[in-house]
Design a binder for this molecule. Structure first.
Ligand code: AMP
Ligand code: FE
Ligand code: FE
Ligand code: ZN
Length: 288
């Protein structure tokens, strides 16, 4: 734990090429420094593989790095993401579960490509060409392959079209339920925050009874200030956070050129970052 009080806001959610971002971990940290951020969390989907490269870059740029991940969970067909800060990356439970999710993401992506290939010119090699070895695969990589083949203009265009659920090609991958995810993160010494819980509008934010169970399971906070949370959902989420004693975080969910989100467009207050640093026991941040 640092002696000094954490003094700067942090962008607590960003992706690299270790999952579906387009910047390498070192490029991500460099971009954060260039954007004027003094603190960043790297939170690749279901992987901690970018941490050491990002930590080296953070030391080189003199900024703080909070290691994290974005764990995929789901409730029926709805995917629910849980950010986990300062987990122990060698924790056997977390290692086994993230491996299982990544393996399911791989077979699921192969199946999605098989289905698309019945109607469009697209091969598995096209998709592999959009990934780095060992990275967590997702629909964004298929989107990039569709763009490369000329079947879509941009990633977002592919998501709005061929990769949208209603088009019938996409299917879910294995993921644990959110309560299991939160417990796994806590068991690994980490600090769990529910990612972008308001993207589906005010009426569809998590029911209070379910949130109560997640809080009992160790949930630390809600990512309220996120580009895709709707304006209608945000006040509702703030009120829920107040009622359940949860912290409020803010972040960009930057994906490089893969998404319009800009680094630092939302940030987390220094006092909240400090509480995360105090509660996280599984790994150490880089502090300048
Ligand atoms: P998946 O996890 O494979 O189901 O794909 C969902 C991922 O794609 C999430 O991490 C999103 O950040 C990303 N994503 C969703 N919508 C878009 C979009 N319109 N453009 C780029 N990336 C997106
Ligand atoms: Fe993503
Ligand atoms: Fe997410
Ligand atoms: Zn994300």
């Amino acid at each position: 734990m640092p002696d000094a009080t954490f003094a700067t806001p942090a962008d607590l959610h960003a992706h690299s090429t270790v999952s579906d971002g387009t910047d390498t971990p070192a490029e991500l940290v460099a971009a954060a420094a260039l954007a004027g951020l003094e603190a960043l969390a790297i939170t690749d989907h279901d992987s901690t593989a970018g941490w050491s490269e990002a930590a080296d870059a953070a030391r080189a740029h003199g900024i703080a790095l909070i290691p994290g991940l974005e764990l995929s969970t789901r409730v029926q067909f709805a995917s629910v993401h849980v950010l986990g800060y300062l987990v122990d990356p060698t924790d056997p439970g977390l290692v086994a579960e993230t491996r299982r999710i990544r393996e399911s993401r791989l077979t699921r992506a192969e199946e999605i490509v098989r289905r698309i290939a019945a109607d469009y010119e697209l091969t598995w090699d096209d998709v592999l060409a959009q990934t780095t070895v060992g990275s967590t695969i997702g629909r964004p990589h298929i989107a990039d392959a569709l763009v490369a083949r000329g079947h879509a203009e941009t990633r977002s265009d592919a998501f709005a079209g061929i990769l949208h659920w209603r088009s019938g090609y996409a299917q879910p991958h294995y993921a644990p339920d959110p309560l299991t995810g939160i417990r796994l993160i806590r068991a690994a010494g980490g600090v769990p925050v529910l990612a972008h819980p308001g993207t589906r509008g005010a009426e569809e934010v998590i029911p209070d009874s379910r949130l109560r169970r997640l809080v009992a399971g160790g949930l630390f906070g809600l990512e309220v200030d996120h580009p895709e949370n709707t304006d209608a959902a945000k006040p509702r989420l703030r009120e829920m956070a107040r009622r359940h004693g949860l912290a409020i975080t803010g972040s960009s969910d930057y994906h490089g050129i893969g998404k319009a989100n800009r680094l630092g467009e939302h940030t987390t207050a220094p006092e909240v970052v400090e509480r995360i640093l105090a509660e996280g026991r599984g790994s150490a941040p880089v502090l300048p």
